[in-house]
Design a protein around this ligand. Structure first.
Ligand code: GUN
Length: 286
């Protein structure tokens, strides 16, 4: 079998096109320009690229953005002060604090300080709680991107066994919660695997849909994948000068029915969903 490629780049582009019209209509009817504030602390090279991509993406669809760059030596109190200023700035609708933060700053404390109505990452416990209860204010960007990829590729999620590799707060836990919900592109039976899982390979091999988000380059090999499975690779790992996912793409694409590439799979979807959330944030604050 040679897998169908799930083209995240193309699907994200079509979502951004749709957003152009929605943003224009919102601006027309409210006179408000939706605005994202991105906060970058330190000079992690990958984070710099992500933040720049997010800013460019805003500009292309008619939204405003502002980048707040702080030195790596910024104290937690200074960062919290900036977050408080952005919380009360009525021209800012979405706030994104780029992770990871320097080690001397407590990420949870900072993320909890973002006012829930501007929490376009859906990291605040109030928004996570609403999402888990099936009444989302925002949907977390990468998990929502994964869900849309499944939907757009025509993958049947209803009743399927989804195996999620990784239990992170950003991807593993929330994607599992979204796909187990009642609703469209959901109703799955979900297993979350992690570093302490017994019989890991056996469980992975039982997946109809495999979502890899463990941050280990090419961890998933062809022998671990059930023939005909749909494989979504959330990993972005730098190996030398190559970017690879958590899935060994070539061999696994001989076994899977459909697969996302890295890059060009989940990555562009995360940004598209962030833009969607920023428009939602502007709507609920207007
Ligand atoms: N770092 C890696 N992924 C993300 C994300 O989705 N949001 C933020 N804020 N930081 C990240």
């Amino acid at each position: 079998m040679t897998a169908k490629l799930i083209d995240g780049k193309a699907i994200a582009a079509s979502i951004r096109n749709q957003l152009v019209a929605e943003v224009a209509a919102f601006r027309e009817s409210t006179n408000i320009v939706p605005k994202l504030a991105a906060v970058l602390v330190g000079d992690d090279p990958a984070s710099q690229v992500y933040v720049r991509n997010k800013e460019q993406a805003c500009a292309k669809i008619g939204m405003a953005s502002e980048l707040f760059r702080l030195p790596a030596t910024t104290s937690q109190a200074e960062l919290l002060e900036l977050v408080a200023t952005l919380n009360s700035d009525r021209s800012v609708h979405g706030i994104l604090v780029q992770l990871p933060l320097p080690r001397h700053i407590n990420e949870t404390t900072v993320l909890d300080a973002v006012t829930p109505l501007k929490d376009v990452d859906c990291f605040h416990p109030e928004n996570v709680g609403l999402m888990v209860q099936g009444r989302p204010r925002f949907k977390p960007c990468t998990p929502h991107g994964v869900q849309v990829l499944l939907q757009e590729s025509g993958t049947v999620v209803d009743g399927a066994h989804v195996v999620v590799l990784g239990r992170s707060e950003i991807v593993g836990k929330p994607v599992a919660m979204m796909l187990v919900q009642k609703g469209e592109t959901a109703n799955a039976t979900v297993t979350i695997c992690h570093s302490r899982t017994r019989n890991l390979v056996e469980i992975i091999r039982s997946a109809d849909i495999l979502i890899a988000a463990i941050g280990k380059p090419e961890f998933v090999t062809a022998e671990m994948v059930k023939p005909g499975a749909v494989v979504i690779d959330v990993g972005i790992n730098r190996v030398g000068d190559r970017l690879v996912g958590d899935v060994a793409f070539e061999p696994v694409s001989q076994v899977a029915a459909a697969i996302t590439p890295v890059p060009g799979g989940v990555g562009p979807m995360t940004i598209a969903m962030l833009l969607k959330n920023t428009l939602t944030a502007a709507r609920i604050q207007s």
